[in-house]
Design a protein around this ligand. Structure first.
Ligand SMILES: NC(=O)c1ccc[n+]([C@@H]2O[C@H](COP(=O)([O-])OP(=O)(O)OC[C@H]3O[C@@H](n4cnc5c(N)ncnc54)[C@H](OP(=O)(O)O)[C@@H]3O)[C@@H](O)[C@H]2O)c1
Length: 244
């Protein structure tokens, strides 16, 4: 296999578009997620288009106990890992039911820590490769609309930052991606502002560029870096009265 990349949550709209970028660059792919039959179809399509090796595999971020065996079943071991799974959830439901907020936190935070810890140890031993985690601008500041999801993404961003600090002298790069709005299944019921919203293909191009240009923290689309800089500067006493 040629520098194989493991994509977790490979059925996500952003991940599917990124799969094309990575395959076009010659990377073999492990496409992992909860619907391996569909991922196997994607894998066959990518193999035919780009003459790479690809396969679909079952992976559930919430089944922590399976993560070690899952990772060790990958032969050869991945050179790169893209963590793309996530769950926005319903903030209203999260305020009422423990099961719902637990699912949001475990999908966007605990499940990530579980698999990233295993992958980080393997890549550290290999002495090369990359870990790319898709976090969110929602983790940059808590808003009433999605603070359970946002707090999990904040935790993920901080975890990735620590991992970068740990692995930087070991030849392993850690990249944090913070999308703003992206038109995907996750946001299909939302009325998103066109100028601030990326297509999955645009987001995938930004993410791929981050991998090859050795970036560390990437906002997609680019203007979100500046939007979030302004949002983070708003004093709490003002911010708590705002509806954004
Ligand atoms: N769209 C946006 O505006 C936006 C903004 C900021 C950040 N993001 C982040 O971008 C990433 C990709 O999301 P997307 O927008 O492409 O949305 P998406 O198409 O809804 O993809 C989410 C993916 O996560 C997978 N997933 C959820 N729970 C899982 C679990 N327990 N185990 C394995 N896979 C699981 C889903 O798998 P199933 O197909 O099995 O449901 C789905 O493939 C996510 O981390 C999201 O939080 C998106």
């Amino acid at each position: 296999m040629s520098k194989p990349v493991l994509i977790l949550g490979a059925g996500s709209d952003i991940a599917r578009a990124l799969g094309h970028e990575l395959a076009a660059a010659g990377h073999d792919l492990y496409l992992a997620g909860r619907h391996p039959e569909e991922l196997e179809k994607d894998a066959r399509d990518l193999q035919l288009r780009y003459s790479i090796n690809a396969r679909g595999m079952f992976f559930d971020a919430l089944d922590f106990d399976s993560h070690q065996t899952f990772y060790e079943s990958l032969e050869p071991g991945p050179y790169g890992l893209v963590l793309a799974f996530g769950l926005l959830g319903e903030e209203d439901q999260a305020r009422k039911t423990r099961k719902h907020w637990e699912k949001i936190i475990h999908t966007n935070y605990t499940g990530c820590i579980s698999i990233l810890t295993i992958a980080a140890n393997h890549l550290e031993q290999a002495g090369e490769g990359f870990i790319l985690g898709i976090s969110s601008v929602a983790g940059d500041r808590g808003r009433k609309a999605n603070y359970v999801y946002g707090s999990a993404k904040a935790g993920l961003s901080t975890f990735l930052s620590g991992l970068r600090n740990r692995l930087h002298s070991k030849g392993v790069r850690v990249i944090t991606v913070k999308p703003g709005f992206v038109r995907t299944r996750m946001t299909r019921d939302m009325d998103l502002p066109a100028r601030l919203t990326a297509s999955p293909e645009q987001a995938a191009r930004d993410i791929f560029k981050a991998i090859i240009k050795q970036k560390e923290i990437v906002y997609t689309r680019w203007m979100w870096r500046w939007i979030m800089l302004v949002i983070k500067c708003i004093p709490e006493r003002v911010f708590k009265r705002m509806s954004i």
